[in-house]
Write a protein that binds this ligand. Structure first.
Ligand code: C2E
Ligand code: CA
Ligand code: CA
Length: 554
């Protein structure tokens, strides 16, 4: 068992022969973490100077590449605890130790499990310490707090794994400082990924302070606050087990993730019901995907001057076994949160290519471009241009009949990545539309930085301006003028009335999609419609690429 003595600066004062044997490069005066753990900083969460009794800590040691138990003993006789005896011992998991029931632990349990990255306690130690703290005070003064960073996986993709590790480590340091400030009235734990837990006094001010502290750390990477901490709080009452306290706080944190603002949510019993509902929905969706219960509905896009159809948008519907049709609002949000949306989207894109092929094979009908929706999860999970290339080839569909709709908010999230994708799609001959333009706040500004073929403006955007409709109309007019200058075509969506059409035409907008013309319809109906030549206009929507005088980057 290697043993050595270090001083307050982590310098090795003495090491035994076993240490020399295991770590041949060890020299007196060197700092321990460099020799024993190959790091340039003290091991995160080193408890060396915090204990005055023999206590073991479990670390992953990078030098020997396995977990070790480290114990620190202050040397009596040394002035003011100026020297510590450290012993390393190989960690051998024992089956009892893996027992998930920390309540069974006695306070004298001598192994602390610390996470090296964050310096925080792992679940078992956190639970043991928290339980012992809770026993000292009435239960109802306490809260369990779960912290979850929204879209943390995306943060890693966007800024890299190293930045992800750095932010977790900084949050760890920050929470450790809170624990120290609270002086025995707070315990902090880390369960991996972006899951942090705290047991602390149920004090609104303290909880908000922690939220602000974490936001400040993340702001250094992302000023737009796209990755906010989502906080779930459970005011402690009698409970079945310690884990159930954590689960309740976690459930509240999941609810916080759905919020646009005020992301501190207290647990409510109804959340358990919601969870059950989501679980059932998830199972039903997975089964539905397997059984091909999702179908393509098409909504025509029209020329506002002639009313003729210039293209279509494919929209998903879930046709249940009993024939009921479920609208996207009931399943898309769940699928987006869980990543299942990518399965649906690839399925939809393929169904559209299959339909286009079938229309091409059936000479009665004329081919019109069809747009499909691309979700943010697709951008990270797939090589989207490659998928479209493959599908176009497999079904022999000329890419100019394929259009993709990407919502404005996605552009704002990761402009560089999206721009690369859009560039490639357009190079391959696929038309790119920016969907829901005007719904965000950075819209006009954004137009300079991106290159798309067509802008889709939602008429709801006028309703959003409410009493201030004139202002909405002014903005709409300037968007149409700006797009015209940049030679980007504009299509208005959600067109419901004759008045809206007149207004749009006066402003110079030529295309529209909405209930005034057609509602989304099943494929069979659409095909009947486009089989009649007088209903369609095969010129489609001229876009930037085929516009005369089009110049890149205007
Ligand atoms: P979106 O892409 O903005 O699609 C337009 C939505 O507006 C459609 O709703 C359409 O039915 C609706 N709409 C069209 N005309 C009018 C109108 O005149 N008035 C009103 N009030 N609404 C109109 P839908 O089909 O319910 O789809 C909702 C959203 O779900 C879509 O919004 C899109 O974001 C998403 N979605 C639908 N299918 C898919 C899909 O296959 N993949 C992905 N990723 N998202 C999809
Ligand atoms: Ca769309
Ligand atoms: Ca839209």
């Amino acid at each position: 068992m290697p043993s050595y003595i270090i001083d307050r600066d982590y310098r090795l004062l003495y090491f035994d022969p076993v240490t020399k044997l295991r770590f041949p490069k060890v020299t007196a005066g060197e700092v321990c973490y460099r020799v024993f753990n190959k790091t340039e900083n003290p091991c995160r969460g080193c408890r060396c100077f915090q204990y005055d009794s023999e206590k073991k800590t479990r670390y992953y040691n990078r030098n020997v590449e396995r977990e070790v138990l480290t114990s620190f003993t202050p040397l009596s006789g040394a002035k003011e605890n100026e020297a510590w005896l450290v012993t390393l011992e190989e960690y051998v998991p024992d089956t009892d130790m893996e027992d998930e029931n920390p309540e069974a632990f006695s306070d004298s349990e001598s192994v602390d499990e610390v996470d090296l990255l964050t310096g925080l306690y792992r679940y078992r130690t956190f639970a043991r310490r928290a339980i012992s703290m809770l026993r000292k005070n009435p239960l109802d003064q306490w809260a369990m707090m779960a912290v979850d960073i929204r879209h943390f996986k995306l943060f890693n993709l966007q800024f890299g794994d190293d930045a992800g590790d750095q932010i977790l480590s900084q949050i760890g340091t920050y929470l450790n400082s809170i624990q120290q400030q609270k002086n025995g009235n707070c315990e902090v734990g880390y369960w991996g990924e972006d899951d942090f837990y705290l047991v602390l006094p149920d004090d609104d001010g303290l909880i908000r302070q922690i939220e602000t502290g974490i936001i400040r750390l993340i702001e250094k990477y992302d000023r737009q606050n796209s990755f906010p901490p989502c906080i779930g709080v459970y005011h402690l009452t009698e409970h079945a087990s310690f884990r159930s306290l954590c689960d309740r706080a976690q459930l509240a944190a999941s609810a916080a993730k759905q919020r646009v603002r005020d992301r501190i949510v207290y647990f409510e019993e109804s959340m358990i019901k919601d969870l059950e509902h989501r679980h059932e929905l998830g199972n039903a969706i997975r089964k539905g995907l397997k059984n091909r219960e999702f179908v393509v509905f098409m909504q025509p896009k029209c020329n506002l001057n002639t009313g003729k159809i210039v293209g279509m948008e494919a929209l998903a519907r879930w046709k249940k076994v009993d024939g009921a049709i479920v609208p996207p609002g009931d399943f898309i949000p769940y699928m987006e949160e869980t990543g299942l949306i990518t399965d649906l989207d690839v399925y939809m894109w393929e169904e559209v290519c299959r339909e286009l092929r079938s229309v091409m094979d059936d000479e009665k009908e004329m081919l019109l471009p069809v747009s499909v929706n691309v979700s943010i999860a697709d951008v990270y999970a797939l090589d989207v241009p490659e998928v479209f290339r493959t599908l176009a080839e497999r079904y022999g569909v000329p890419p100019k009949y394929l259009e993709v709709e990407i919502t404005e908010s996605i552009y704002a999230r990761d402009t560089e990545r999206i721009n690369d994708m859009v560039h490639q799609l357009r190079k391959d001959g696929v038309t790119v539309l920016m969907d829901d333009f005007g719904s965000g706040y950075s819209s006009l500004n954004m137009l300079k930085d991106i290159s798309v073929d067509i802008l889709k403006i939602d008429m709801n955007f006028l309703a959003m301006n409410g009493e201030n409709e004139h202002r909405g109309i002014d903005i709409l007019r300037s968007v149409i003028q700006l797009a015209d200058k940049m030679q980007i075509a504009v299509i208005a969506e959600g067109v419901e009335t004759r008045e809206q059409i007149e207004l749009l035409r006066k402003m110079g907008c030529v295309y529209g999609q909405g209930y005034y013309y057609y509602r989304p319809m099943p494929m069979r109906e659409l095909r009947k419609l486009i089989a009649q030549k007088e209903n369609i206009d095969i010129c489609g929507i001229p876009n930037r690429k085929n516009h005369i005088g089009w110049r890149e980057g205007i």
